[in-house]
Write a protein of this length. Structure first.
Length: 178
């Protein structure tokens, strides 16, 4: 049982038949409360799809979460900026770095990573291939901490080309930033 805002409920109501068919579940909508009914795995996936929709992921993209190699990752921008930067004006600056001029930075991240990314308030939502999410999260963290956009794009492009066993480990990335 989850409560959503009017916008999300509107999207779910409009696409109720499609969601029920594709996800093999039944949706029960009472006001702003949405319940999913069905087999345990189906309701788990449906809940992820609805959470993605709630975070401005397009329905068609959210439905790709049915595939086992597609994941949903949600992070709060406040968790990746330094404590002193959590003031609203600094968060606004960090959001601006992630979005970029005319949305170019966000579009470049989407293009390079082949992931869908949305930024709603301070919440970053990613839907994409499992193996591409971790490097994308690292790239977002680097941008949030002030790294040069070009260098972050180059890092992300290099990560996409490397076989899994050669990709940088998290502890290597932390050393790299220092």
């Amino acid at each position: 049982m989850e409560e959503f805002d009017d916008r999300t409920v509107g999207k779910i109501v409009t696409n109720k038949d499609l969601l029920e068919e594709k996800l093999n579940i039944e949706l029960e909508i009472k006001g702003n409360i949405v319940n999913t009914h069905g087999e345990e795995l189906d309701t788990y996936i449906a809940d992820k799809v609805i959470e993605a929709i709630d975070n401005n992921i397009p329905i068609k993209t959210a439905l790709t979460l049915k595939n086992t190699d597609i994941d949903l990752f949600i992070m709060n921008l406040k968790e990746i900026v330094k404590h002193k930067d959590k003031k609203s004006k600094n968060l606004k600056r960090v959001r601006g770095r992630l979005i970029g001029t005319n949305g170019r930075a966000l579009e470049n991240l989407k293009r390079i990573s082949s992931c869908c990314i949305t930024l709603k308030d301070n919440i970053i939502t990613i839907v994409g291939p499992s193996d591409r999410i971790k490097p994308l999260v690292t790239a977002i963290q680097k941008l949030a901490r002030g790294s040069d956009h070009g260098k972050v794009y180059a890092y992300l492009e290099n990560q996409e080309k490397l076989p899994e066993n050669l990709k940088l480990k998290e502890e290597d990335l932390e050393k790299e930033e220092k």
